[in-house]
Design a protein around this ligand. Structure first.
Ligand SMILES: Cc1cc2nc3c(=O)[nH]c(=O)nc-3n(C[C@H](O)[C@H](O)[C@H](O)COP(=O)(O)OP(=O)(O)OC[C@H]3O[C@@H](n4cnc5c(N)ncnc54)[C@H](O)[C@@H]3O)c2cc1C
Length: 338
């Protein structure tokens, strides 16, 4: 295949579509990317790269640790190339003794280690944390990025690599030789890729506020608080089957209560944001070839689209270059749907 003459259309400018488009352009393809929307799940996400907490706290991703760790380990090289800041200080759990025991057991069952934090450690790591938390647990395996600035870096890098951006939906190959469908929870292209039928939406609401000193990730029994660049994000709801983008007062109250529980004298004036995640029945993504040699899929990221983005780009690029899939070959089980 003459890559310089092969036109690839990517549908979707979320974390998956942008990372894939950049990677394909760097591999020498002529890439066009389409999206009718300005915001998406990727732009409202908290930005956690959290193989450990997502595995131990989310029953649906039990057993996916090797996949999630493989994706995470691709981030330092990608972030270095794109100038994306990765906060690698880890994630701290606080909560009642049962919650901490569950976290501790979960981490040790993964064969990993976590650090016990006393109140004085928490004061240093989580300024403003409620005095009701006297101990915590830290894992340095989970990292974090800023989604909005990461998207801007990805766009810039994709443009610099020659990717052509179009404001509007892809309805088919759009003049390309191959189509990569990275449309998140969108189902427009279901007639071209019937596999999209298995995806179901999960609405997620998150609150954001400026003026918070905490930097990092705090995990609590009822959710998380993520601080960075002076902003605090508090999330997130998991509302399976819903795909509307309307914030609700119930979710706001619940998330504000979570913020007050963690930071009683902290941020107020929260803005609600909503994104829709796309999930497969078993929580694994669908990334790879389809039976149509012109059509490739990168969807079903569920709660981990940022974490999985470099792996999605690696797999799709390997499929299109007909190369080896690299060290993660056995992890290509997600292609089983296809
Ligand atoms: C509240 C919340 C918090 C989250 N926190 C995290 C987190 O901390 N860490 C993490 O890893 N993940 C997180 N996620 C999950 C993550 O956001 C998603 O898994 C990820 O954004 C999915 O990326 P994507 O590119 O597949 O889809 P999206 O970001 O949804 O992008 C899909 C794009 O496709 C476009 N599109 C649809 N149809 C078409 C078409 N026909 N043609 C062209 N374009 C089309 C859409 O307009 C959209 O822009 C969170 C999600 C939510 C909602």
């Amino acid at each position: 295949m003459d890559r310089g003459k092969t036109r690839i259309t990517v549908a979707g400018t979320g974390a998956f579509g942008l990372t894939i488009a950049w990677s394909l352009a760097r591999a020498g393809f002529r890439v066009s990317i389409f999206d009718p929307a300005q915001t998406n799940a990727s732009s409202v996400a908290a930005g956690m790269l959290a193989p450990v907490f997502e595995t131990i706290l989310e029953a649906d991703v039990d057993g996916h640790l090797p996949l999630l760790m493989a994706a995470r380990d691709l981030w330092p090289a990608l972030a270095g190339q794109l100038g994306i800041y990765l906060d690698r200080r880890g994630a701290t759990a606080v909560g009642d003794p049962e919650f901490l025991a569950r976290v501790s057991l979960g981490i040790s069952q993964l064969g990993m280690w976590c650090e016990s934090l006393a109140r004085s450690d928490l004061d240093a790591a989580v300024p403003g944390l409620s005095p009701s938390f006297q101990e915590g647990l830290l894992t340095q395996e989970d990292w974090r990025l800023e989604p909005v600035s990461a998207m801007s870096s990805l766009r810039k890098a994709a443009k610099a690599a020659g990717v052509d951006f179009h404001r509007g939906p892809a309805t088919g190959l759009e003049g390309g030789d191959k189509l990569v469908i990275a449309t998140g929870a969108g189902r427009d292209l279901i007639s071209i890729a019937p596999q999209l039928k298995v995806l179901s939406p999960i609405k997620g609401q998150i609150l954001r506020s400026m003026g918070q000193g905490f930097e990092g990730v705090l995990r609590l029994p009822a959710g998380y608080c993520v601080g960075g660049s002076g902003a605090l994000a508090v999330g997130a709801t998991m509302e399976p089957g819903l795909s509307d983008l309307t914030p609700t007062s119930e979710a706001r109250s619940r998330l504000e209560a979570l913020a007050r529980q963690a930071f009683p004298r902290g941020a107020a004036d929260f803005q609600a944001q909503v994104g829709v995640r796309a999930a497969t029945p078993d929580g694994l993504p669908m990334i790879g070839r389809t039976e149509d040699p012109h059509v490739f899929l990168a969807v079903g990221a569920r709660r981990n689209g940022w974490l999985l983005a470099p792996l999605a780009a690696q797999i799709i690029t390997a499929c299109l270059t007909e190369g080896e899939v690299g060290p993660y070959g056995p992890l290509l089980d997600p292609m089983r749907f296809i």
